[in-house]
Design a protein around this ligand. Structure first.
Ligand code: S3P
Length: 439
């Protein structure tokens, strides 16, 4: 697990942030580029892949099954030599998904239909506590056999590859990980499948699978029915990964909150299924401009400029959750400094992320003196009171670590942060970017 051995990091209060920053590649798109490249014919080249622990876990699993992937290093164009739709070999070792839920869940869908082959998947202590039946159950409707602890819900998981049949399958939650697992399984099923999700989750898989040549149609109300006809050959592509809006969110909130701040974040993915955080910042009347909007390799991209200014309290619920699910921790920090009471509801999914993010954010921000009420599905946060420096802990969660870094800058008095290395799961250069932007 990341962030378990480092000594506490000193977080100085005060200071201003200004300048330009390019956040690392989008984590969701990076996983998908590696996975789809591995089962395509020919070579896939990936520009801007996130060189962080989570995609490195995905690459390691794929290599263990015969895909050739060049070393994942910052700034490198990654090459993936695909093995074709049915070419993945049975690995001799357990597939280690590290801290990455996306790796484990997408692998389940990818591997369930590999007839006659056996796979075992595991991960770190956090991942072994995360629910996997949300993937195993709908996959079983296509004939998959996935076993695990506690009735199949927890890793280590064993997948006995079977010939899957096509099916019409509903996902039990609006989760792009579950949806993507089912789409991957559908690629090699014996007949067509339709995946129906209860709300529209991020659609990077649909966009990229189509670009690779999959026979995939999106329909239904708000594009929630995705139909796949199996058999189409996937062909290696050139993928350009935009910056991750979930990483940009830390700078957006920091720039809006810190007196005198002005930050430009370049080359950020602006896929509408991911931009809920911008809608909430608009509700808060944050001063954010979207510049230089363009389309890059099938994904909308732009630069974001943020200036400090007064912020209003906000409210949001279930409807917007899939579009900002990873940004709730940093929005909880923002709420502490807004005028008035902010309310976050419909967020029970946060309890099954890398940590229980509602409990962890409430606990850590309370240690700084914040006034937060934890609800079963959200948080009520009383803004406008100052926070004090404290001994903080990421509790091994990357997004908690980075959210607390922003809170600590705004506190009265310095803080320390245990397990700050957790940030490397999705943003390995976070701490150096913070130092560079600080003035
Ligand atoms: C992801 C989907 C989201 C998100 C996670 C990445 C993906 O999870 O929280 O960080 O790449 O599909 P859910 O789909 O489970 O909500």
């Amino acid at each position: 697990m990341s962030g378990t051995t480092d000594s506490p990091r000193d977080l100085k209060a005060g200071g201003r942030l200004s300048g330009r920053v390019t956040v690392p590649g989008d984590k969701s798109i990076s996983h998908r580029a590696l996975l789809f490249g591995a089962i395509a014919e020919g070579t896939t080249t990936i520009e801007g892949l996130l060189p962080a622990e989570d995609p490195i876990s995905t690459a390691a699993c794929l290599r263990a099954m015969g895909a050739e992937i060049s070393p994942i290093e910052s700034g490198a164009v990654i090459q993936v030599k695909g093995v074709g739709l049915d070419g993945l070999e049975e690995p001799s070792e357990v597939l280690d998904c590290g801290n990455s839920g996306t790796t484990m869940r997408l692998m389940l869908g990818l591997l369930a239909g590999r007839e006659g082959r056996h796979f075992v998947l595991s991960g770190d202590a956090s991942l072994r506590r995360r629910p996997m039946q949300r993937v195993g159950q709908p996959l079983a409707l296509m004939g998959a056999e996935v076993r695990g602890r506690d009735g199949g819900n927890y890793a280590p998981l064993a997948v006995q590859g079977r010939k899957l049949h096509g099916a019409v399958v509903g996902t039990p939650v609006a989760s792009a990980q579950v949806k993507s697992a089912l789409l991957l399984a559908a690629l090699t099923a014996s007949g067509p499948s339709t995946v129906i999700e209860p709300a529209h989750s991020r659609d990077h898989s649909e966009r990229m699978l189509r670009a690779f040549g999959a026979d995939l149609e999106v329909g239904g109300e708000m594009g929630r029915h995705i139909s796949v006809r199996p058999g189409a050959t996937l062909t290696g592509q050139h993928v350009v990964v935009p910056g991750d809006i979930s990483s940009a969110a830390f700078w957006l909130v920091a720039g809006a909150l810190i007196p005198g701040a002005e930050i430009t974040i370049e080359n950020v993915g602006l896929n509408p299924t991911r931009t809920g955080v911008l809608d909430i910042l608009e509700q808060m009347e944050a001063r954010i401009e979207v510049l230089n909007q363009r389309d890059v390799a099938g994904e909308p991209v732009g630069d974001l400029r943020v200036h400090h200014g007064p912020l209003k309290a906000f409210q949001f619920g279930e409807e917007i959750m899939p579009r900002l699910v990873d940004e709730v921790p940093i929005l909880a920090v923002a709420a502490c400094f807004c005028d008035g009471i902010s309310r976050i509801s419909g967020a029970s999914e946060l309890r099954v992320k890398e940590t229980d993010r509602l409990a962890v954010m409430a606990r850590q921000l309370k240690a700084m003196g914040a006034s937060i009420e934890e609800q079963p599905d959200g948080l009520i946060i009383h803004g406008g009171q100052s926070l004090r420096g404290a001994a903080l802990d990421s509790e091994t969660d990357h997004r908690v670590a980075m959210s607390l870094a922003v809170a600590a800058m705004l506190a009265d008095g310095d803080s320390t942060l245990e397990r700050s290395d957790a940030a490397a799961v999705s943003y390995p250069t976070f701490w150096s970017d913070l130092e560079r932007l600080r003035c």
